[in-house]
Design a protein around this ligand. Structure first.
Ligand code: XMP
Length: 513
């Protein structure tokens, strides 16, 4: 068995995060690296194997990304996927041709040869295709190892040099045997040992944090109580307990009981010197009369920075600011495709470290969300905190449509609490990616007893998703909806009607503002 991870050279395919997910799930470290960087940059992570990803380009486009040719001269095993197979063919002196009709969707894959990459996989299964160009002649030393009905060379291999190309996408769920094929490449062919786990990550990142702070300064963190910042807090507290201060800014836009829970966990349970800033007056007065969602976000971002900076200035010798940046954010910003267009300005406090002239510490920047949760468990965070749904930085401000005031916050908090408690008590919470209540700015007519009412409306939103980029509405059984609705109407004054949101993202977004 070989130690080391997998370097995935990124050529811009929308499926690249999935390759990384699949490999991490095997207990093997991997990183997505921009496809066209010098070999030295690829070797930085000490890979034991290389994957060339798919991508939207044609290898003959003048501006198409190519790997450093030196990548093909080293001895590591290589797997080229789709565009990556075409790159492999081209750089090893085979022949790639364009001009074919684009093939998109499932196709049955038949093996020509019994080679290791197909171990335990049956010939004739469905593989997911998405390509225009194709390999028409394999390079010297290679042989064609699979075909589909319309594609004579659907996979190729030079078994001796451990180089493989597949025209289909094994990382996509629709490819029945995809995971098996990737396992064959990582374990059978490259001989990598599965030693990536949150236990090793915990030890290594604690060492990294200690080294980074070896100069003697102190580190602060904006703790929101969400999963990411909570895990960073637990990690830093373990690494440098005397030199770490988390700062919790209560913006008055939190859910019921949230502030108390954060104080209880971090001060009470962990014994951290948590600094709590009560900013509700500042936030609410700055938001008074503001109805536009983007303006709300900007104002909340600005007030947060002001209060946070003030709190930080009261702490001695601060040199570092920690943040809970995750791997998907990092991939977004380094991808050869470049950062994607912003639909909502989510990163409300993006410029904070430069402004404060602090060094940035991002101990989770290599992790996916589910890995962060696992690390949180490993560090002893309570399960309800670790498995929590995401909550947006601007909080309830984007869930009260239009103007915000204390009374409406109170109504929304009560309704949201009833909804979420119901989901937890009925074992529905963990099936849902994110659930919350929204207070609408309209009044509708109702009857209560003999009286006509003219009250507000609560919308319930519950979605399933893997990353929040796309989402589907959760198919909540009607008997649950009925009970939640009557509980809210009976127990929350001012609400006479409850609706359930059945929009997908896209075209809707998860939040209503
Ligand atoms: P949307 O509404 O854009 O939400 O579909 C996707 C995910 O992002 C969260 N969200 C935010 N998070 N600041 C945040 O920190 C924001 O301004 C913001 N807006 C939306 C949302 O809750 C969902 O999880």
């Amino acid at each position: 068995m070989v130690r080391g991870g997998v370097a995935i050279l990124d050529f811009g395919s929308q499926y690249n995060q999935l390759i990384a997910r699949r490999i991490r799930e095997m207990g093997v470290y991997c990183e997505l690296i921009p496809g066209n960087v010098p070999l030295s940059e690829v070797l930085r992570i000490e890979p034991a194997a290389i994957i060339l990803s798919g991508g939207p380009s044609s290898v003959y486009d003048t501006d198409s990304p190519h790997p450093d040719p030196a990548v093909f001269r080293i001895e590591l095993p290589i797997l080229g996927i789709c565009y990556g197979m075409q790159l492999l063919a081209l750089h090893e002196n085979g022949k790639v041709e364009g001009g074919y009709e684009r093939e998109y969707g499932p196709a049955r894959l038949f093996f020509e040869k019994d080679v290791g990459i197909f171990n335990d996989i049956e010939s004739g299964l469905q593989a997911w295709m998405s390509h225009g160009d194709r390999v028409v002649e394999v390079p010297r030393g290679y042989s064609a190892i699979a075909h589909t009905e319309s594609l004579p060379i659907a996979a190729m291999a030079d078994v001796t040099r451990r180089r493989y190309g597949v025209q289909f996408h094994p990382e996509v769920n629709h490819t029945e045997f995809g995971e098996k094929l990737l396992r064959n490449f990582v374990f059978g062919i490259s001989g990598i040992s599965p030693d990536w786990s949150m236990k090793t990550f915990r030890t290594e990142s604690i060492n990294t944090v200690r080294n980074e702070l070896a100069g003697g300064g102190n580190v602060i963190l904006g703790l929101s109580g969400g999963v990411d910042s909570s895990v960073v807090a637990a990690l830093l507290h373990e690494a440098v307990p005397q030199r770490f201060t988390p700062i919790f800014v209560d913006n008055g836009l939190l859910r019921m009981g949230e502030r108390e829970e954060v104080i209880e966990t971090f001060r009470g349970h962990f014994g951290m010197p948590l600094k709590v800033i009560d900013g509700s007056d500042e936030f609410l007065s700055a938001l008074s009369g503001v109805t536009d969602p983007e303006r709300k976000r900007k104002i909340i971002g600005r007030v947060f920075i002001e209060l946070f900076e003030k709190a930080a200035s009261e702490i001695d010798n601060v040199t570092h600011l920690a943040q809970g940046t995750l791997y998907p954010d990092v991939i977004e910003s380094i991808s050869v495709r470049g950062p994607s267009a912003t639909i909502k300005s989510h990163h409300n406090v993006g410029g904070l470290p430069q402004r404060m002239n602090l060094k940035l510490l991002e101990p989770l920047r290599e992790l996916f969300k589910d890995e962060v949760r696992e690390l949180g468990r490993e560090l002893g965070l309570p399960e309800r905190m670790v498995s929590r749904h995401p909550f947006p930085g601007p909080g309830l401000a984007v869930r009260i449509l239009g103007n915000i005031n204390h009374e409406d916050l109170d109504i929304l908090r009560k309704a949201d609490r009833i909804f979420i408690d119901y989901l937890v008590e009925n074992d529905l919470y963990d099936e849902i990616w994110q659930a919350f209540a929204v207070l609408l700015p309209v009044r509708t007519v109702g009857v209560m007893g003999d009286e006509r009412t003219y009250d507000r409306v609560i919308a319930l939103r519950a979605v399933t998703s893997t990353d929040g980029m796309t989402a589907d509405w959760y198919r909540m059984p009607p008997e649950h909806l009925a009970r939640i609705s009557s509980s809210i109407v009976n127990r929350v004054n001012g609400i006479s009607r409850v609706v359930y949101d059945i929009s997908t993202k896209p075209p809707g977004t998860i939040e209503w503002e």
